[in-house]
Design a binder for this molecule. Structure first.
Ligand SMILES: Cc1cc2nc3c(=O)[nH]c(=O)nc-3n(C[C@H](O)[C@H](O)[C@H](O)COP(=O)(O)OP(=O)(O)OC[C@H]3O[C@@H](n4cnc5c(N)ncnc54)[C@H](O)[C@@H]3O)c2cc1C
Length: 495
């Protein structure tokens, strides 16, 4: 009996020495990268303590554990310490020293990522930006705001709202601007206002060696050389750290109109999406909800919605009359695709309730499946392929008897399937992973992408070659050029 346990244990110890990443992954998503720095030496602690005040540096166990995972099942390697910087100078000094010491650094925003993006895989230092959260200036005449990376998007909107302005990128979570920049986040209004990459004009970035650079400008357009702003946006903290950003704001629309459109089947609903986008209707949001998710939303929020495939959309415009004309046209189009009802002119409170319910879909699914974790599929395809992609995903979930809810930012061809399961139950979880793999692979084959908005992190690296081919090699070369020691957020985007 003793031998029976001893041999596999010895095998695991040997394996973990030789192939730390491999063992880590087989151990329920624990990820231990190569040569992790699990503890700082007393000498290193003494130096780190000189960079910030005592209450902004910690090697305490609980602070470190709080930075071990985002909302995904990807668990990292306990960082050796956390620093909460508040200035660009501090970040520059810290990175100069960590680079010299060969210490891995992982930036942390609000920790709401879904692919292990801010999870430290090699221990080292976590730079937590939650205290670097100032709105430095709002310039209403330019429709711009200068912000620090830790400010949350809802706070930006609270302050910009005083000038009749808003920052239109609205992921479901109240994410930090730094995290949104790093993941190139988007949201329900991206179909009209664009993703983070469209709403950031200028940035201050600290390179892995501690050098401070400024990218972009405050003019509305520029053709001045390589677009470094967009190189860093979506780089997930693998190329450097953002310490300041100039955001492009938008005027809060004076009129909006929300509409709920129901269908008998998913195919008709998805076809209506392509038709509405193709007709130039320019919705400000166009979301697809499936009966399973509506059922949960009804149960939790008492919404009383019909449990059938439904499009929830919104239009923004300069006058009520213009919006009514738009909605007449939308009604005509969707009826031609088989819409069974078209309800518009929804009262303000109902509209807010509906959007809140939509934004809280992930939490609702979580609550409906206590003790389970979620695997969130995030793929995007050309809008014309949306109907077949939705059907493909729904059928796959049903065929494999998985718990999964299909929905998405239909207006930009972004599909989500939130699946619930237990990562410790390898059989159950591998079914969910298979479904994820099949949907993502199909999306890439259809000319789409393995991630519409959540980023690559740890979870999507395996699809990068398939999607990008030689371009992935160029990305690796850029990473090597900017961060030759591979210390900035290691093991993300790249293996
Ligand atoms: C309920 C829910 C709904 C969601 N809905 C959406 C959605 O609709 N659309 C969407 O796009 N996402 C969505 N997400 C995912 C997530 O909110 C976004 O990806 C968001 O951008 C992450 O921001 P964060 O502040 O939490 O960053 P984190 O998760 O802390 O970090 C994200 C990445 O940014 C890096 N980073 C953080 N700060 C900096 C910095 N200053 N400089 C450089 N790198 C930095 C981290 O290292 C990491 O790679 C959702 C998540 C949840 C939980």
């Amino acid at each position: 009996m003793t031998h029976f346990l001893l041999i596999p244990a010895l095998f695991i110890i040997i394996l973990s020495k030789q192939f730390p990443c491999l063992v880590a992954l087989s151990r329920n998503h624990f990820f231990i990268g190569e040569n992790p720095i699990k503890e700082f030496t007393q000498k290193q602690i003494a130096v780190l303590s000189t960079f910030v005040e005592p209450d902004r540096f910690s090697v305490g166990q609980s602070s470190r554990e709080l930075h071990l995972h985002d909302i995904s099942p990807h668990l990292g390697t306990l960082p050796a310490g956390i620093i909460w910087p508040i200035t660009t100078d501090e970040v520059s000094q810290i990175l100069t020293w960590t680079y010299d010491q060969g210490i891995p650094v992982t930036p942390w925003g609000a920790g709401t990522s879904t692919e292990g993006n801010p999870v430290p895989t090699r221990g080292g230092l976590v730079l937590d930006f939650t205290r670097m959260d100032k709105i430095l200036e709002i310039r209403p005449q330019d429709l711009q705001a200068d912000v620090q990376p830790g400010v949350l998007r809802k706070e930006v909107n609270r302050q910009a709202g005083k000038y009749g302005l808003f920052f239109p990128v609205d992921p479901g979570a109240d994410a930090s601007i730094g995290g949104m920049i790093a993941n190139n986040a988007s949201g329900v209004q991206t179909v009209k206002y664009g993703a983070t990459k469209d709403c950031v004009m200028k940035m201050t970035v600290i390179l892995p060696q501690g050098k401070v650079i400024h990218t972009g400008c405050k003019a509305g357009k520029s053709s001045s050389g390589y677009d470094l702003t967009r190189l860093f946006i979506g780089s997930e903290g693998t190329l450097g750290v953002v310490t300041e950003a100039t955001l492009r704001l938008t005027g809060i629309p004076s009129n909006h109109l929300a509409a709920l459109i129901t269908f008998d089947d998913l195919e008709s609903a998805a076809s209506a999406v392509s038709l509405m986008i193709g007709s130039g209707l320019e919705p400000a949001a166009l979301e697809l909800l499936t009966p399973g998710l509506i059922n949960l939303m009804n149960r939790e929020k008492g919404l009383g919605l019909k449990e059938v495939p439904t499009l929830f959309c919104e239009f923004h415009g300069i006058s009520k009359t213009a919006l009514l004309e738009t909605s007449d046209f939308a009604k005509e189009l969707t009826e031609s695709c088989g819409a069974t009802s078209f309800k518009f002119g929804i009262e303000e409170r109902d509209r807010e309730d509906l959007w809140r319910a939509r934004h809280e879909a992930w939490e609702t699914i979580h609550r409906a499946h206590p003790g389970k974790e979620t695997l969130i599929v995030d793929a995007a395809i050309p809008i014309s392929r949306y109907p077949e992609m939705v059907l493909f995903s729904q059928v796959l979930v049903e065929e494999r008897n998985a718990v999964g809810y299909v929905f998405g930012h239909a207006g930009d061809g972004n599909l989500h399937v939130v699946m619930a399961g237990d990562p410790k139950d390898r059989r159950e979880w591998s079914v969910l992973e298979d479904i994820n793999d099949s949907i993502v692979t199909r999306a890439v084959e259809l000319g789409g992408t393995c991630t519409g908005e959540h980023g690559v992190g740890i979870g999507k690296r395996k699809f990068m070659d398939l999607e990008h081919g030689q371009s992935y090699e160029l990305m690796k070369a850029i990473k090597k050029l900017v961060d030759p020691k591979g210390l900035m957020n290691p093991d993300k985007i790249f293996f």
